[in-house]
Design a protein around this ligand. Structure first.
Ligand SMILES: Nc1ncnc2c1ncn2[C@@H]1O[C@H](COP(=O)(O)OP(=O)(O)OP(=O)(O)O)[C@@H](O)[C@H]1O
Ligand SMILES: [Mg+2]
Length: 245
């Protein structure tokens, strides 16, 4: 008999209502999503269809209104605030659509934050942060402030921060939106290498068709629901873009 597929994410009937009464916004209207361990799932769909809302719920940074949600075997919403914070710190990496870097500390300190929150010694955390910055190709900016960086450089810092603690579940909101074709390919290759393994999984929200080939499945959302899931044989190598202008 075939082994049952082990799921990193299992959600069903997830709804999210922001506000109430006449101002209520139904951001999710019963979303179904399954992400097997070892897979890279891309989430696509028009602006406002609920992509950021859904991945925020998966990452335990937003509560759902209704429905079922299990991530890495637990329901984030069932945990106490303290347990949830620890769980997120150990298991979740998040690349925010707006990067959310802390402007008053250096790039290396930003990347070290997940390790410092886990109680790691500062010197060790900063060394790991510098290694992560090296991998995204901007170690030379480690002493800069985030505001001194270009959008694409800030995006790579946000990716280094999401991966530095080697989390089991990583969610990325448009991680290549500010990157040129070559850096987009390299960043996806790095994300896949670190976040897609037997006991890990990666969900990437993207509009960027140049990176679709990295995905095991492409999930399309519309108006708060998942409307289509397409599986494919992933090719997780960066493709050369020599046909540039
Ligand atoms: N905090 C909030 N309060 C009220 N409404 C919200 C909030 N966050 C999101 N929404 C609304 O929920 C809906 C879904 O938003 P969401 O950010 O999930 O869309 P999205 O698919 O990520 O869009 P985009 O591609 O533009 O990033 C939108 O109508 C949005 O206006
Ligand atoms: Mg969004």
């Amino acid at each position: 008999m075939a082994e049952p597929v082990r799921l990193a994410v299992a959600t069903d009937g997830v709804t999210k209502v922001f506000g109430r009464g006449g101002n209520a916004v139904h951001a999710l209207r019963g979303a179904f999503l399954e992400v097997p361990y070892g897979e890279l799932v891309m989430l696509v769909g028009p602006s406002g269809c609920g992509k950021t809302t859904l991945i925020s719920i998966l990452a335990g940074i937003l509560d759902r209104t209704e429905g079922r949600c299990e991530v890495l075997g637990v329901d984030p919403q069932a945990m106490s605030q303290g347990a949830l914070t620890r769980w997120r710190g150990q298991n979740i990496g998040f690349v925010f659509q707006q990067f959310n870097l802390i402007p008053t500390i250096t790039v290396a300190e930003n990347v070290a934050v997940p390790l410092l929150l886990q109680g790691q010694a500062r010197r060790r955390a900063l060394a790991a942060a510098e290694a992560a910055l090296e991998r995204v190709g901007i170690a030379d900016k480690r002493h800069s402030r985030p505001t001194q960086l270009s959008g694409g450089q800030q995006q790579r810092v946000a990716i280094a921060r999401a991966l530095v603690h080697e989390p089991r579940f990583v969610v990325c909101d448009e991680p290549t939106s500010a990157l040129d074709a070559d850096n987009g390919q390299l960043v996806m290759e790095l994300l896949a290498e670190i976040a897609v393994q037997g006991d890990r999984a990666l969900v990437v929200v993207t509009h960027d068709s140049r990176v679709f080939h990295f995905a095991d499945r492409i999930v399309r959302m519309d108006d708060g629901r998942v409307v289509d899931t397409r599986t494919q044989i992933a090719d997780r190598t960066a493709r050369q873009h020599s046909e540039s202008p």
